[in-house]
Design a protein around this ligand. Structure first.
Ligand SMILES: Cc1cc2nc3c(=O)[nH]c(=O)nc-3n(C[C@H](O)[C@H](O)[C@H](O)COP(=O)(O)OP(=O)(O)OC[C@H]3O[C@@H](n4cnc5c(N)ncnc54)[C@H](O)[C@@H]3O)c2cc1C
Length: 317
């Protein structure tokens, strides 16, 4: 889609086609951030996002090859585990001290770094790439700490930028995403936004943008219903999930490692629940290898009664 004209209720595509609408949904997602270092634009680096990116990487993946994964967030940590499980020799490079550091509290994050190392992954934490050059068989990534790491494959996962330009050009309110109200309506009443691109007033936790699958699905459905006349606020609290080797988790609410946490392990750093607290309130919960408890966690987060930390032991099992 190349242009939205809200006044005339028309969208135009890049082939010159023109389409009228009564209601319009913008679900334009995000674009991977790119490395702004010498070599960051080299052909052959994978800024992993789309089906085509997957197909290309899948075709290039073979046991015995080497891979460098740049970034230690959701994408980097999943990608490193997946490539390792496919028999590649993986090196991870990221500036934080442990993987998924925005979410995992320190003790779990450090334990997972040890876990990754035990699987054979070389983890270069607290380091960043400063340049990348092509080699006869792949690329060499040079790091600030003086490492020179060869990868037959190099995958970069350093976050996304929401695709707001279409909305911005149409005069819609944007900021950290396309700004929507409780009904997922943008600043124009006939235009809605949902998914990774939508900055929405989350009912319990406050305004935010969420880059997760369940949010995209539930907001997409809800926006569609409102566009068809339901006209109800979006009140769902989306969850997210990830799988890192045998460590799988589901999380809901504000799982921010800067919050105080209380951890109720059945088996340390493997099975249990991490509660993210703001004073006497639970703001988020992460169920590690504990399944089917997302609704119970939502209930705790919605509960406005003050909770004592000792009440949280066994609160979710
Ligand atoms: C590798 C990877 C692993 C992930 N793993 C997990 C996970 O384990 N758990 C989880 O909860 N989430 C995960 N996610 C996140 C999840 O996939 C996203 O939150 C979800 O795809 C967002 O959906 P969306 O429809 O909002 O955006 P997208 O899926 O990004 O779709 C946006 C679409 O809009 C199109 N578009 C953009 N601009 C225009 C335009 N101007 N005109 C027309 N079309 C346009 C794009 O081409 C794209 O097709 C992962 C994402 C990636 C990339």
């Amino acid at each position: 889609m190349a242009e939205v004209e809200t006044g005339g209720h028309t969208v135009r595509d890049s082939n010159g086609g023109s389409f009228r609408y009564n209601k319009l949904l913008l679900a334009t997602g995000g674009t991977p951030r790119r490395l702004t270092i010498p070599g960051g634009d080299l052909e052959g680096l994978s800024y992993y996002r789309t089906l085509q990116d997957y197909q290309k990487l899948r075709a290039a993946t073979a046991a015995g090859k080497s891979a460098v994964v740049i970034g230690g967030g959701f994408i980097g940590s999943e990608m490193a585990a997946a490539l390792c499980m496919n028999g590649l020799a993986v090196t991870m490079i990221f500036p934080e001290e442990w993987v998924v550091s925005r979410v995992f509290p320190e003790s779990l994050g450090r334990a997972l770094v040890d876990y990754y190392r035990s699987k054979g992954i070389v983890v270069l934490a607290k380091d960043v790439p400063i340049s990348i050059e092509e080699s006869s068989n792949g690329h060499i990534v040079h790091t600030r700490a003086g490492q020179h790491v060869h990868g037959d494959l190099v995958v970069v996962g350093i976050g996304i930028t929401p695709n707001t330009s279409l909305a911005k050009a149409a005069g819609l309110k944007t900021g950290n995403g396309i700004v929507v109200d409780d009904f997922l309506r943008t600043s124009h009443p006939d235009v809605y936004a949902a998914g990774d691109v939508a900055f929405f007033p989350e009912q319990v936790l406050g305004p935010r943008r969420i880059e997760h699958w369940d949010n995209a699905v539930s907001q997409g459905k809800h926006a569609g219903r409102n566009m068809a006349g339901l006209n109800k606020p979006f009140t769902e609290m989306p969850y997210f999930f990830s799988d890192l080797f045998e460590f799988g988790y589901e999380a809901v609410g504000e799982v921010d490692s800067r919050l105080e946490t209380f951890t109720d392990w059945q088996e340390p750093n493997k099975t249990g629940v991490i509660y993210y607290l703001d004073g006497a309130r639970v703001r988020g919960a992460m169920m590690c290898n504990v399944w089917g408890k997302v609704d119970a966690a939502r209930e705790l987060i919605r509960n406005v009664q003050p909770m004592r930390v000792q009440d949280l032991r066994n609160a979710i099992r």
